[in-house]
Design a protein around this ligand. Sequence first.
Ligand SMILES: Cc1cc2nc3c(=O)[nH]c(=O)nc-3n(C[C@H](O)[C@H](O)[C@H](O)COP(=O)(O)OP(=O)(O)OC[C@H]3O[C@@H](n4cnc5c(N)ncnc54)[C@H](O)[C@@H]3O)c2cc1C
Ligand SMILES: NC(=O)c1ccc[n+]([C@@H]2O[C@H](COP(=O)([O-])OP(=O)(O)OC[C@H]3O[C@@H](n4cnc5c(N)ncnc54)[C@H](OP(=O)(O)O)[C@@H]3O)[C@@H](O)[C@H]2O)c1
Length: 369
Amino acid sequence: MATVVDGYCISEGSNKETNHYVVSIRGSGLRYKPGDSLGFYPTNDSELVKQTIRKLGFSRKTIIKTKNVAETTLEEALLHRFTIHRSGKKFFAAVVTKMKNGKEKENLSGILDDREKVDKYLFTRDCIDILNENPVHFEPQEFIDLLSPITPRLYSISSSPKVHPGEVHLTIAIVKYNNFDRDRFGLATGHLVNMVEMNKTKIPIYIQPTKEFIIPKQSSKDIIMVGPGTGIAPFRAFIEHRKATGSTGKNWLFFGEVHEASTFFYKEEWSNYMKEEHLDKLTTAFSRDQENKIYVQHRLLSNGKEIWKWLKNGAYFYVCGDKQYMAKDVHSALIEIAHKHGKMELADADIYINQTLMKEEHRYLRDVY
Ligand SMILES: Cc1cc2nc3c(=O)[nH]c(=O)nc-3n(C[C@H](O)[C@H](O)[C@H](O)COP(=O)(O)OP(=O)(O)OC[C@H]3O[C@@H](n4cnc5c(N)ncnc54)[C@H](O)[C@@H]3O)c2cc1C
Ligand SMILES: NC(=O)c1ccc[n+]([C@@H]2O[C@H](COP(=O)([O-])OP(=O)(O)OC[C@H]3O[C@@H](n4cnc5c(N)ncnc54)[C@H](OP(=O)(O)O)[C@@H]3O)[C@@H](O)[C@H]2O)c1
């Protein structure tokens, strides 16, 4: 159990909320290295638990059984063990089964049979929303058996233990939106924003060590880091650590966010590192500061010649952040750089990046989510 000892917004003036948190692990015996992540077991919002219990007409003290605990109260199980801020397919299917035959049941059965439609339907609804639209009766144990367990959330650590002993720093984008006129939060980010009192609340955490996403053992090696958005997190830890351990290799950071004025995370720290020559190059891509979007991969391509020079000289290439789009586009840009500046056929450039750099030399490392 750890205490959050500080937390503040680092995206002041933006409609995105990204926060910096400091978690104390003093006295816990937990150890970490740059590149590791912190795992956090979140708790459901107590108001949502109350509303869900009320909606189902249950009593919060009803005793139920779960796989891991022989007996507990319904309230305890809903607070700590099961996902209720989003509905799963199992619960939705049970509601449809219980509905009276008719047009509405037919309609929802049609949605259930179509993977894309069911994902879309469940994207915006929690159990309360489904019951509001389709009131049916459940027994407490029956309801619990239809829920999926809460899984821990991982966060890339943004501090070096050499610089912040006894602390873990995190850089977290808060998931928040409004559906059916109710404000919603992501489970873990909502917990951090709404339920944590600084220096007071204890949160259950663990360290998820990385084997691959590590700083080069040889400190003379150069590194190129690509970390848009919260992908910046591990690179703050890397630079802190390389400075603290007197690394001699060069550091080049690519950062991207929406606006320079509001979302240039840790701007002052980078500026100081540049002055002290602990950061050799900082290349930014603020996507919405001009008419056409500029992303980190555009900056990689326009710096392709120099990136290729660094890579040929033995530099390591790191990517952290969005897996779905950014990491794929950065990957393509890297192949393009090898093709253009390494003067390779496209197929050979592909092999060089995917096989040589990534799998054989372990110099292309990713922490994407
Ligand atoms: C290795 C690793 C490292 C990570 N590091 C970081 C990090 O450093 N910083 C960071 O911020 N995150 C990081 N993440 C992501 C993090 O683990 C969580 O996934 C994230 O914080 C969301 O968790 P949550 O519980 O708040 O949201 P959840 O309750 O899990 O909800 C998130 C879901 O909400 C949905 N959603 C979003 N907007 C809407 C909308 N408008 N309507 C309906 N649904 C919506 C999305 O589909 C999304 O899947 C990392 C993940 C991994 C795997
Ligand atoms: N699993 C989860 O529940 C969860 C929760 C939070 C975050 N995430 C993931 O973590 C990522 C990081 O979120 P974040 O808020 O830190 O930042 P982000 O959404 O990744 O945005 C950071 C910057 O990347 C830009 N961008 C968008 N598409 C891109 C692309 N294809 N290539 C390169 N850059 C691109 C954005 O520009 P524009 O926005 O102007 O296009 C913005 O300037 C999210 O994209 C998401 O995939 C996941």
